[in-house]
Each structure stands twice: as structure tokens, then as C-alpha cells.
Write a protein that binds this ligand. Structure first.
Ligand code: ASP
Length: 319
């Protein structure tokens, strides 16, 4: 049996020590992933997950998350869910308490969270609101300026707002610094391999937009016959590429994790996409090998084993 291990994408370092502690106590991969991810979701300085996540074009924080276990391919997810700070736990509850379904969205996900005793909270922090307003003002100025021959001051506020919001959606621009969805995957002493993914999605996205993080096969996949895989970055590409599932299929056919990630990303890189932005992938095998790939140089992922005192950063291969 492989040694337990937990790995995660950039900025998962905040949560991995909590997850490895669960594994040290003999806990399950699912418990480890959930505990580690909750810590990341509760970090208000992280603008891509949970509390503090950047909002949609209208300033509302909408969260996507999923979990999948490799022994039975059970999958639970929520998407475009507002007002609940730990979507990873609601996704797990969908998997365990609503096994006739895999994915709940929007008001249905919120109803289910309320029924299952999850506490509501304000997710839009002052900092995230400031970043959103800054982008909206910038886009608004461009939208106003672009109305040729018209006095920009006379452009109705609502129209200007709509144009600014649409401009943000068109640009889908990530902010500066390490950005993106968090992927965490763990292998436990029983050999179970769980993959968890959580995100506030693309900043300033169109309201109701769901990304790859909640979609099985796109942003998350786990199957003990190959391993687990997850994605960060432009979810529309991994949805069109079936990227996480492709990676696991490659693992099952004998590819090493970094190669499998690179090949799957190369497949999506061939797709026409005028909003192209970076896509990254991460993979773990049932015997504990791991690797990652990214659309650009310098990307890393974090790893902790039972002996680790802190997360160790490993390079991803660049496309
Ligand atoms: N994958 C996420 C999504 O498409 C975004 C990201 O990782 O930045 O929603």
C-alpha cells in the first residue's frame, strides 16, 4: 500500500498542514481534502476561493466546488452558490446525503445547504469589493469612451454599467499575483484517492456562469484505475477538453503524471479560443506518484507526506 500523501495547487499551502494532520491520525482522504480545503476557503486574503473570493460582474460572490472519490467514482458538487463560505463541505454533503444527484446549482444548492445546517455568511470582503469596483470603473471608462460621438456623461448609468460589466466578462482578466482555483488531492492508508476542487471562478464572470471546478471530467476526476486529476485556469478550455478525465485515462494507460498533464493541456491548447488564458493541471496516482503541468513557466504545486514539517513546492512542467 502506498504512503499517504496530500498535494495541492498554488496557495493550497495554507490548508495542506491541516489535511496531512488528518492523514497522520489515520483519517480518510476525503476528510483530509475537506479539512485542507476549508482552511483555504476561510482565508480572506485568497481572492479565488470562499470568503474573499472575487465576485461576478454584478458584485456577487458565486462559488463552485466538487469532490470525487476514486474507489467508487462518487461525485458531489455545487455551482454558482451564494452565501455559504465552505462549498467543499456542501459538495461533500451532496455526495453523501443526496446520492441520487451529483450537482446542485444556485438557489437549489443554497436550499440544500440551509436544510443541512450550513451557516450563511457574507462572502464579499471589503478588499474583494475594492478590486471589483476598481476593475468596473476602469472598464466603465473604456466602455464610456468607446461610445463614439456621444457625450459620455450623458450615457445612462445603467447602460454604462451593463457595458462595463460585459467588458469585464469579455476580458476575463485575472488579477496580479498567484491566482486560480485550488485543487487538493489526497491518498490515505486504505488506498482511497480523493480529489477536491474549490473556486470563486473567473473574476467578474457573467452571473450564473459555472466553471470546470464543478464539472466531472473537466476540472475534477478520480478513478483508482488511473489516479486523480484536477485543473486550474480557464475552465471553458478544460470543459471542452474533458481535461481531468483525459489525464486519468492517460495515467491508466501508463503515462507518468507530469506527462499525462502536459499531453492533456496540449490537447486543449489546440482548441480555437479567443479568450485564451492559462490552464494548469495536477495529477496523483494510487501508488503515490504526482506531477503537474502549466501553460507557462514557473508554476508549482505543493506536497506533504506524513514526515513533512511544511509543504514542499515542486515545479510543474511547462507546455
Ligand atoms: N477554473 C476556474 C474556472 O474556470 C477559474 C480559475 O482557476 O481561475 O472557474
Amino acid at each position: 500500500m502506498a504512503e499517504p500523501v496530500i498535494i495541492g495547487s498554488e496557495r493550497s499551502e495554507v490548508g495542506l498542514p491541516v489535511g496531512v494532520e488528518v492523514l497522520r491520525r489515520g483519517g480518510s482522504a476525503l476528510d483530509a481534502v475537506e479539512a485542507a480545503m476549508r482552511r483555504c476557503e476561510d482565508n480572506p486574503d485568497d481572492h479565488y476561493v470562499g470568503t474573499g473570493g472575487l465576485p461576478n460582474a454584478r458584485g456577487e460572490v458565486e462559488l463552485d466546488a466538487s469532490v470525487m472519490t476514486g474507489s467508487d467514482r462518487r461525485f458531489g458538487a455545487v455551482a454558482a452558490m451564494r452565501g455559504y463560505p465552505n462549498p467543499i463541505s456542501v459538495a461533500r454533503a451532496v455526495m453523501e446525503r443526496l446520492p441520487q444527484h451529483c450537482l446542485l446549482v444556485g438557489p437549489g444548492a443554497e436550499l440544500f445547504a440551509a436544510e443541512n445546517g450550513f451557516a450563511r455568511a457574507e462572502l464579499l470582503t471589503d478588499d474583494a469589493r475594492r478590486i471589483w469596483r476598481g476593475q468596473l470603473t476602469e472598464a466603465g471608462q473604456r466602455a464610456g469612451d468607446s461610445v463614439e460621438g456621444e457625450n459620455t456623461a450623458a450615457v445612462a448609468g445603467d447602460r454604462r454599467y451593463r457595458e462595463a460589466a460585459l467588458d469585464l466578462v469579455r476580458r476575463l482578466a485575472p488579477h496580479e499575483g498567484p491566482w486560480g482555483t485550488i485543487n487538493i488531492m489526497a491518498l490515505d492508508t486504505s488506498g482511497e484517492l480523493c480529489v477536491g476542487v474549490s473556486t470563486s471562478g473567473y473574476p467578474f464572470k457573467y452571473p450564473g456562469r459555472v466553471g470546470d471546478s464543478a464539472i466531472p471530467g473537466a476540472g475534477n476526476w478520480s478513478d483508482l484505475r488511473g489516479g486523480g486529476a484536477a485543473c486550474t485556469g480557464r475552465g471553458e478550455l478544460s470543459m471542452r477538453g474533458g481535461t481531468a478525465r483525459t489525464i486519468v485515462d492517460l495515467l491508466a494507460r501508463g503515462s507518468e503524471p507530469a506527462d499525462a498533464c502536459r499531453l492533456a493541456l496540449a490537447d486543449t491548447a489546440a482548441l480555437p479560443d479567443e479568450f485564451r488564458a492559462e490552464l494548469r493541471a495536477l495529477a496523483l496516482t494510487p501508488d503515490g506518484r504526482h506531477g503537474g503541468a502549466a501553460g507557462q513557466e514557473g508554476s508549482v504545486y505543493a506536497v506533504m507526506t506524513l514526515d513533512s514539517t511544511e509543504p514542499e513546492l515542486h515545479p510543474r512542467v511547462a507546455l
